[in-house]
Design a protein around this ligand. Structure first.
Ligand SMILES: Nc1nc2c(c(=O)[nH]1)N[C@H]1C(S)=C(S)[C@@H](COP(=O)(O)OP(=O)(O)OC[C@H]3O[C@@H](n4cnc5c(=O)[nH]c(N)nc54)[C@H](O)[C@@H]3O)O[C@H]1N2
Ligand SMILES: Nc1nc2c(c(=O)[nH]1)N[C@H]1C(S)=C(S)[C@@H](COP(=O)(O)OP(=O)(O)OC[C@H]3O[C@@H](n4cnc5c(=O)[nH]c(N)nc54)[C@H](O)[C@@H]3O)O[C@H]1N2
Ligand code: SF4
Ligand SMILES: [Mo]
Length: 722
């Protein structure tokens, strides 16, 4: 029996841990950490070690399915399914126009490096702007609104590897394996943390929970949720008052410093301390610790970015980094000049704000203040429509109403804010196509489901993480095992549909052959054209590697293109006033607690609960609460309660956890099933969890420019169910 070992990497999450697979007769028989990898040192997590079970899981779809008139599903060949889908799309296009055809590219669309580029090529070819992703209900302030309003520093801000201090605001990399580069790196995070601590990096963690990161921090501000913008304003104020900022940098590269100073003065540590329920001395200590630096960044994660005032918070965090000058300067070595993608410029200069990105794009039909969101990427700004209001775009009749949705590796029924509205919107479509590995909650509503190849069944390259690493690292993986059954890649779907519709499709760097299906490698080669290290060279290296290339030294500013960072853009004054008001606004009457989001170690959004090892660790998303709160409410761990907000109600299984701030309920998203009463999911809360998006109104508190609803810090109350 021929046994082979293949070096590959896990794509269950965005950490891309290197693995070694053992394969016998095209069957994966073992998947182990690649201990020879210099960057990860053999790090993996429990999810990655389940890849084998995921591939051969009995619930995995082996081929495409088509919904029958009676609501049941029948097998259908993928070619036949795509013939029918293309014909339907053609008819919808002819009757309702290009905008009526939308795609939602969820979590797993990011895990196939060719998926987005080919999906965009399809949209461009039919002229449909209705391209949606999960990023716009994740942290749009960080990737889009923040840089558009303040501008950005071309050489980037200090990464963990060069930091003396890190301020980590609601980001728990040790579980999420997700952080922007100034925080604890997502790649082998425990090692990175240990290495940083040895170097003397000081960690300030701001989180209502004593998280895995918080318990290892030098200073933990266990805040009441929702006050982060006020808190950072206060920290900025202490730093300015105590002259801990970088005067020279501010004078040379920023505008609006005086206004930032005068307009944040109202945020005294005493006022903010009362609002956030922490000692005022901790705010001063945090400011002094961060101000002392001399190097290191402040970063945010999903908790605060989904709470109140995310645009303001993100702006203040970027402003804090800017006034402290936490940016790479002329003559310094760029930690990671990129392998497949490059930082936009390698100069010690700012690119000025791009306010046109906030108003110039295609507008939303349902909310005139909203429109295309330009996400800053190494390829330049890429426009996408706001997922916050996609359900309304499906429900609102009239020209441009979305009639068809192609859902790629996402699970809208569980992930989008306002679950009941989402159900109504998805149910009303003329055509819903899902590319999903299982009968997920959304897939159950689909007209067609296509079965995808999983990560070990396709070649790929670490394009997504290219500039998140602190070294010039990349990995190319061959296909480890050939997929059995009738399965496709996400990009193949868009190509196949485009071919049937007679479209001419193009990538940014060149046309796609619409006669003969391109090879994956050739596609990736075109997508990464101009890479610092050519793709073929990366493919030739077995396993992941740091690429030996000459150091890239940051160049002097170019006077012709040099810009500035705007510390006080238009609109900030009103946003600060609103955050100030919130410091003295109590929870709404009748709502005793604030519900916040969190990630669970053993699952990834809605992926994973079906796997046995992960399942053994829990099959619900408990409502974690402080024992003191449980005592007061007469509730015991394991009880089923009803959690209700002004918008909806869900059952939940209570878990006691003394790492939560009293008054806060910490609960994960993307659990449960359909909210339709006939689905009977509420009764099964212990085995499938429940969906926090039923508690959320997607239009209330909609953030300017992104429409980001309040998906965390939701006022709720609890009632024990008999
Ligand atoms: N194992 C696992 N990993 C994942 C995921 C998963 O489901 N499981 N999901 C992935 C996804 S989609 C993403 S976007 C990333 C997200 O990655 P992270 O942003 O690191 O996500 P979390 O671990 O939820 O951390 C958010 C933290 O914010 C805190 N928080 C909540 N409200 C507030 C607040 O008002 N203020 C402050 N300061 N903190 C607050 C929470 O207590 C929590 O500790 O993780 C990814 N990684
Ligand atoms: N209230 C609240 N809502 C939230 C959040 C929150 O914190 N609170 N978090 C938000 C965030 S940060 C995000 S990113 C979104 C997540 O939003 P989504 O991406 O829409 O949700 P997921 O559950 O990640 O969906 C992944 C789907 O892909 C399928 N899948 C798994 N592996 C593969 C694969 O290899 N290929 C394909 N094609 N499919 C696969 C899974 O079965 C699942 O149905 O949710 C958002 N919603
Ligand atoms: S952290 Fe876990 S799930 Fe993520 S890539 Fe590594 S092994 Fe896979
Ligand atoms: Mo996310």
């Amino acid at each position: 029996m021929a046994t082979k070992k293949v070096k590959t990497y896990c794509r269950f999450c965005h950490a891309y841990c290197p693995m070694e697979a053992t394969v016998e007769n095209n069957r994966l028989i073992a998947i182990e950490p690649d201990t020879s990898n210099e960057l990860y040192g053999g790090y993996t997590c429990i999810k990655g070690r389940q890849l084998g079970e995921q591939i051969y899981h009995p619930t995995r779809l082996q081929q495409s399915l088509k919904k029958q008139p009676d609501g049941s599903f029948s097998d259908i060949g993928s070619e036949q399914a795509m013939d029918e889908i293309a014909a339907k799309l053609q008819a919808i296009l002819a009757e309702f126009g290009p905008r009526s055809i939308a795609s939602y590219n969820g979590t797993y669309s990011y895990q196939n490096s060719a998926a987005h580029a080919v999906a965009r090529a399809f949209h461009n070819a039919i002229g449909s702007p209705s391209f949606y992703t999960s990023v716009t209900i994740d942290q749009p302030a960080k990737v889009a609104i923040g840089p558009a309003r303040m501008g950005w520093w071309n050489a980037g801000s200090h990464m963990w590897c060069d930091a003396d201090v890190a301020m980590i605001i609601g980001n728990n990399t040790l579980v999420s394996h997700y952080s922007i580069p100034g925080g604890i790196p997502s790649f082998s995070p425990f090692n990175a943390l240990r290495e940083g601590k040895k170097r003397g990096v000081k960690i300030i963690c701001i989180d209502p929970r004593e998280t895995e990161v918080a318990s290892r921090a030098d200073l933990h501000l266990q805040v009441k949720p929702g006050q982060d913008a006020a808190l950072i304003a206060s920290i900025i104020q202490v730093i300015i008052a105590e002259e801990l900022y970088d005067k020279e940098f501010c004078a040379q590269h920023t505008r609006g410093f005086e206004q930032l100073d005068s307009q944040t003065r109202a945020f005294t540590p005493e006022l903010v301390a009362r609002a956030a329920d922490i000692p005022a001395a901790q705010i001063r200590e945090a400011a002094r610790m961060f101000g002392a630096g001399p190097r290191g960044s402040a970063v945010t994660g999903t908790g605060p970015e989904m709470g109140p005032h995310p645009n303001l918070l993100q702006h203040l965090v970027q402003a804090l980094n800017a006034i402290c000058g936490r940016h790479y300067r002329e003559g310094e070595r760029l930690p990671n000049p990129g392998v497949l993608t490059a930082p936009m410029q390698r100069r010690a200069q700012a690119t000025s704000p791009q306010p046109q990105w906030l108003s110039d794009g295609v507008r939303s039909r349902v909310s005139p203040e909203l429109g295309e969101i330009f996400v800053l990427s190494p390829y330049g700004p890429q426009g996408e429509m706001p997922t916050a209001v996609i359900a309304d775009e499906m429900l609102e009749p009239g020209e441009g109403q979305i009639k068809a949705l192609i859902c790629v590796g996402g699970n809208p029924l569980l992930a989008w804010p306002d679950q009941e509205k989402t159900l109504k919107a998805l149910s009303g479509l003329e055509l819903l196509v899902c590319i999903d590995l299982k009968m997920a909650a959304t897939a159950q509503l689909a007209d067609y489901i296509l079965a995808p190849k999983l990560c070990l069944e396709r070649e790929d390259v670490t394009l997504l993480t290219d500039i998140w690493h602190d070294r010039a690292y990349s990995q190319y993986t061959p296909t480890v095992v050939e997929a059995e059954g009738d399965k496709i890649e996400e990009w193949e779907f868009f190509w196949a549909i485009g071919k049937r519709m007679g479209l001419e499709m193009s990538l940014d760097n060149g046309p796609i052959d619409m006669e003969r299906k391109p090879e994956k490698f050739d596609l990736l080669n075109t997508i990464t054209a101009g890479a610092r290290v050519p793709l073929a060279q990366i493919r030739d290296v077995e396993g992941g590697a740091v690429h030996p290339a000459p150091d890239v030294i940051i160049e002097a500013a170019d006077p012709a293109t040099q810009g500035y960072l705007d510390l006080f853009p238009a609109g900030l004054e009103e946003e600060l006033a609103a955050a100030l008001r919130d410091t003295t606004t109590p929870n709404p009457e009748g709502f005793s607690h604030l519900l916040v989001s969190r990630r669970m170690k053993n699952t990834y959004n809605s992926t994973g609960p079906e796997l046995t090892l992960l399942k053994g660790k829990g099959t619900t998303n408990p409502a974690f609460m402080h024992p003191q709160d449980l005592g007061q409410l007469g509730i015991a761990a394991g009880d089923i309660v009803e959690v209700y907000s002004a918008h909806g109600r869900i059952p939940a299984v209570v878990a006691a956890s003394d790492d939560i701030k009293p008054g806060v309920i910490s609960m994960s998203h993307c659990w449960g099933g359909s909210p339709a009463p006939s689905a009977g999911t509420d009764a099964r809360v212990r085995e499938m969890g429940s969906n926090t998006n039923r508690l959320i109104d997607n239009r209330q508190h909609a953030e300017k420019y992104s429409g980001m609803p309040r998906q965390s810090t939701i006022p709720v109350a609890i009632r024990k169910l008999s």
